[in-house]
Design a protein around this ligand. Structure first.
Ligand code: HEC
Ligand code: HEC
Length: 94
């Protein structure tokens, strides 16, 4: 059997699907916003219809890198501009 152009398209398609699975599983590994007394207020805000981008700036009150330090390998730092916390740290489903 000859390995033609159609076969290559098939291989690329499979790799793309695997790549998407990998990307999704990577995102799931990022710690979720704890569903505790400290963070419940943010769950309530989101439930009340506030946008994630409106809630993000409130996290820095505590997570300013000093009161609660970020891990050394944290992908973004507070001084690096707006922190879209909820873009990476998802909320628990309930
Ligand atoms: C009133 C202070 C305060 C605010 C505001 C706050 N946090 Fe936290 N956060 C904490 C404390 C304290 C901890 C560590 C203890 C814990 O897990 O509750 C923590 C832990 C975390 C963790 C790590 C959870 C884990 O599993 O290790 C994440 C993620 C997080 N917060 C995200 C957020 C996000 C996103 C916001 C804004 C929507 C936010 N926090 C706002 C105090 C705060
Ligand atoms: C670009 C994605 C991204 C953004 C934006 C982001 N984080 Fe993170 N954060 C991560 C990753 C990745 C880790 C390390 C893996 C983990 O522990 O979840 C992490 C770790 C943390 C931890 C430590 C969790 C632990 O191990 O105890 C806290 C707390 C935290 N982030 C809070 C925040 C807060 C608050 C903001 C917004 C001010 C924020 N992050 C913005 C990706 C992000």
């Amino acid at each position: 059997m000859k390995f033609g152009k159609k076969d290559w398209i098939f291989v690329v398609l499979i790799l793309a699907v695997l790549g998407i699975f990998y990307a999704i599983s990577g995102e799931e590994k990022t710690k979720k916003v704890p569903l505790d007394d400290t963070h419940r207020q943010f769950y309530d805000m989101l439930k009340a219809g506030k946008k994630k981008i409106e809630v993000d700036p409130l996290c820095i009150q505590c997570h300013d890198g000093v009161k609660i330090p970020f891990p050394a390998n944290h992908p973004v730092k507070p001084e690096g501009g707006p922190m879209r916390c909820l873009f990476c740290h998802k909320t628990h489903k309930k």
